[in-house]
Every structure is written in structure tokens, then in C-alpha cells.
Design a binder for this molecule. Structure first.
Ligand code: NAD
Ligand code: ZN
Length: 382
């Protein structure tokens, strides 16, 4: 844990970071309401002051990883109120650290900082950081208020909204966790300018998913726009956010409709977990991109997705992502991993499939033979 006095070396980054805020062609602020909290989309400097009207906290703990400490903390730090005790908790970056050991480190730092239940936790980072920092805040002393400030595209359009928190356990993604909502989410696309290109593409997979399941017009727009302009476009983020917001609002605890967000994820999560142990780990969105291809095939086979749309999806995803070939020897393990998916019911592997672009059918089941065929087909179209 670092205390406020060790921040001096980062002041030189503050000016640079603040300049980034002006890089964007800024849209007016947007506020979306979901499950009783507000998602603010726009400049952090403009939006964050509303937070201090929402409550009175005894202290602030900012949780970041080593990268967001370097690149994002300088943007946030000048916006925090000077009168509150400030504690910084910096954890190692990356999915490989999304485990109970890192949570123990966060809880230990919270204890050492003497955080009371009246403290506020601010999670500054991507989906890994937000899921874990949120989980630790939600469980420490039976729950502290927390705010999500997502700094990756993936976290901005997806992970920071909906209240799912947790970490990987026993080789299974997100197998330990809780539902708990933040008190607010602040999305500032200016953070994305320091995000590595590979991470941007990874996050873009969730933008593609939202378009495919619920926004056919956005899908057409994405297909026509050059990738560079699509990923740096606040309007694209807003439309994508609206899909997630509407689905989460309709089904906050994943009893039904929310399973729609699982398109690409039954196979994608298995690929992500499988690759974690291999020499070339996949980023979440890369795994989901491959998963969307295989599940688009299942959609064509089982749910009536027109063949032309299947081809459109394959061409678009292939253009953007380097995709792994799957050795046939991995199929058993992949199917075993799919069996662990929390969305399965009655022992069947459950999918969200597309009957058409912009529509989704939850609780679609595919047997092992169909899944194997989809994985074989995926290898042939790479
Ligand atoms: N809770 C949910 O509903 C939900 C939904 C989707 C995904 N997820 C989870 O999200 C995770 C993936 O999230 P992610 O892709 O954001 O990964 P991540 O949090 O690991 O961030 C990716 C990398 O980018 C770095 N980084 C973050 N912001 C940066 C910035 N602005 N500039 C420079 N570097 C930056 C991070 O340090 C990390 O190295 C997965 O664990 C997945 O399970 C959760
Ligand atoms: Zn995802």
C-alpha cells in the first residue's frame, strides 16, 4: 500500500493526463440510470463532483493495478477532495492475478489502513480490477460503498455495469463472487488513450456482442467504420452501454434475459480458462471473439441465423482478431470447462444464440456432438 505522500513522482504525469481529456471530440455528458445507481459517461473532471453530493465518507481507498496507477491515477488524483484521508492500494495487473491471493492482499491493505464501514472504495482499472476491488469492498466489514471508474473499453461497456463481482477459482472463471451494485460508475473514454491496442481490440469484442444481440443498426455501422474510428468513438460506447443497461435493468440477478449477454461466452470462457494454462494466454475479448464465431455457427445450425449473417460475422471477427487454432485434443477439456458454466441448467450446456442479427434466444442447448462440430468448423474458417 502506498500512502498519499509517495505520490510526488506522479505529479509530472498529471499535466499529461489532463491534456488527454481534451484529445477527444467530447460529447455532452450522458447519465444513464440502472438498478438505482447512475452511470456517467463523459469527462471525469465534469462528472466526479456529483459524487461528493451523494454521501459523506470517512476516508477514500483507491484500488488500482500497477498500470492504472501509472496511467490513470494521475487523472483521478487531482479530483479527489483534499480533506479526506486517502489510501492507495496497488495490486499486480492481469487476469493471472484475479484470484483469492490478490483479494487477501486487498483486504489486508484495507485492514492496515484502518478503513471503517463509512469509507469509500474507488476501483480504478479494467474488468479484473473492478471485479476484484468491488468484491473486496462488498465483503470487507460486510460491505463498503464503492465506485467503479473503468479504464478499459471492456470495463467501460461491460464489466463495470451490472454488479457482478468476483474472482477466478479452481481453474474456473469468476467461480467465486457476489452481486452488489456500486453507488456510481464514471466512464471517461479519455482513459483509453493509454490502453494498449491489443486491450482495445479485446474490449471491442463486447461492443460487437452488444450489437449482435440487440442493435442491428450499430452492427451495420461497425461493419462500415474503420476500426480505429469505431473504438475511439463515444457514440459507439454510449450505444453499447445502453444495450447492457437495458438488459441488466430488466434482469438484475441473471434469472432470464440477462443470459443474453452470454452470447459467445459459453465457448469463450472455456477457451479463456484453457488458454490461461498454455503458452499463449488469450485476453477475455479475444476468447469471446473466437467464442462468438463458434456460437454463430451453432446459431446457424440450431436457431435459424441466416448463412449470410454467419459469413458476415466470421469475416468481421477474422479481420480484427488473431485467433488461435484449437487442437482436437483440447475439445474434451473445453467441453468439461463449459459444463462448469454457471448458466447451465439440468446438466445441459446452455447458450445464448442468435436467430437473427439484433435478436437473441437464451437457454438454447447444444449437445456435445454439436459443440464438437462447431469447434471443428471454427478451425476450418480461421
Ligand atoms: N463483472 C462483469 O460483469 C464482467 C463482464 C465482462 C468481463 N468481466 C471481467 O473483466 C475481465 C477483463 O477485463 P479487462 O479486459 O478490462 O482486463 P484488465 O482489467 O486485466 O485490464 C487489461 C490490462 O490493461 C491495463 N490497463 C487498464 N486500464 C488501462 C489504461 N487506461 N491505460 C493503460 N493500461 C491500462 C491493466 O493493467 C491490464 O494490464 C475478465 O476477468 C472478465 O471476467 C467482468
Ligand atoms: Zn465478456
Amino acid at each position: 500500500m502506498k500512502n498519499a505522500h509517495s505520490l510526488q513522482p506522479f505529479w509530472e504525469n498529471v499535466e499529461k493526463a489532463l491534456r488527454l481529456q481534451h484529445y477527444f471530440q467530447r460529447m455532452p455528458m450522458h447519465s444513464l440510470s440502472v438498478s438505482g445507481y447512475t452511470i456517467h459517461l463523459g469527462a471525469l473532471a465534469e462528472a466526479l463532483p456529483t459524487l461528493w453530493l451523494q454521501g459523506q465518507w470517512s476516508a477514500i481507498a483507491v484500488v488500482c493495478d500497477e498500470n492504472t496507477y501509472m496511467h490513470c491515477w494521475p487523472l483521478l488524483q487531482p479530483l479527489l477532495p483534499a480533506h479526506l484521508a486517502l489510501h492507495l492500494i496497488v495490486i499486480p495487473a492481469g487476469e493471472a492475478h484475479k484470484n483469492v491471493h490478490t483479494c487477501v492482499r486487498i483486504w489486508e491493505d484495507m485492514l492496515r489502513a484502518g478503513l471503517e464501514r463509512s469509507a469509500l472504495v474507488i476501483n480504478l482499472g479494467g474488468g479484473v480490477l473492478g471485479d476484484m476491488g468491488g468484491f473486496c469492498a462488498a465483503t470487507f466489514k460486510r460491505g463498503l460503498d464503492f465506485v467503479q471508474i473503468p479504464t478499459t473499453l471492456l470495463a467501460q461497456v461491460d464489466a463495470s455495469i451490472g454488479g457482478k463481482l468476483g474472482f477466478d477459482f479452481g481453474g474456473v472463471k469468476n467461480s467465486i463472487g457476489v452481486f452488489r451494485h456500486p453507488i456510481a460508475v464514471y466512464i471517461d473514454p479519455a482513459f483509453l488513450h493509454t490502453l494498449p491496442e491489443r486491450e482495445l481490440r479485446s474490449g471491442f469484442a463486447e461492443v460487437i456482442k452488444h450489437a449482435l444481440i440487440a442493435d442491428a443498426a450499430q452492427w451495420e455501422a461497425l461493419r462500415q467504420a474503420p476500426l480505429e474510428s469505431a473504438v475511439h468513438n463515444e457514440e459507439v460506447i454510449l450505444r453499447s452501454l445502453r444495450v447492457k443497461q437495458a438488459i441488466v435493468e430488466a434482469d438484475p440477478y441473471e434469472k432470464g434475459l440477462r443470459k443474453a449477454l452470454n452470447f459467445g461466452h459459453t465457448i469463450g470462457h472455456a477457451l479463456e480458462a484453457w488458454a490461461l494454462d498454455g503458452p499463449l494466454p488469450l485476453l477475455h475479448g479475444e476468447a469471446i471473439a473466437a467464442g462468438m464465431m463458434a456460437e454463430a455457427f451453432l446459431s446457424w445450425q440450431l436457431s435459424g441465423l441466416p448463412e449470410a449473417d454467419l459469413e458476415g460475422i466470421v469475416q468481421f471477427i477474422r479481420r480484427i482478431y488473431p485467433l488461435p487454432t484449437l487442437p482436437e485434443t483440447s475439445f474434451e477439456q473445453l467441453i468439461a470447462l463449459m459444463r462448469h458454466d454457471k448458466k447451465n441448467t439440468g446438466g445441459h450446456i446452455s447458450f445464448a444464440l442468435l436467430p437473427a442479427i439484433g435478436q437473441v434466444q437464451v437457454d438454447s442447448f447444444a449437445d456435445e456432438a454439436a459443440i464438437r462440430e462447431a469447434l471443428c468448423w471454427y478451425n476450418t474458417v480461421l
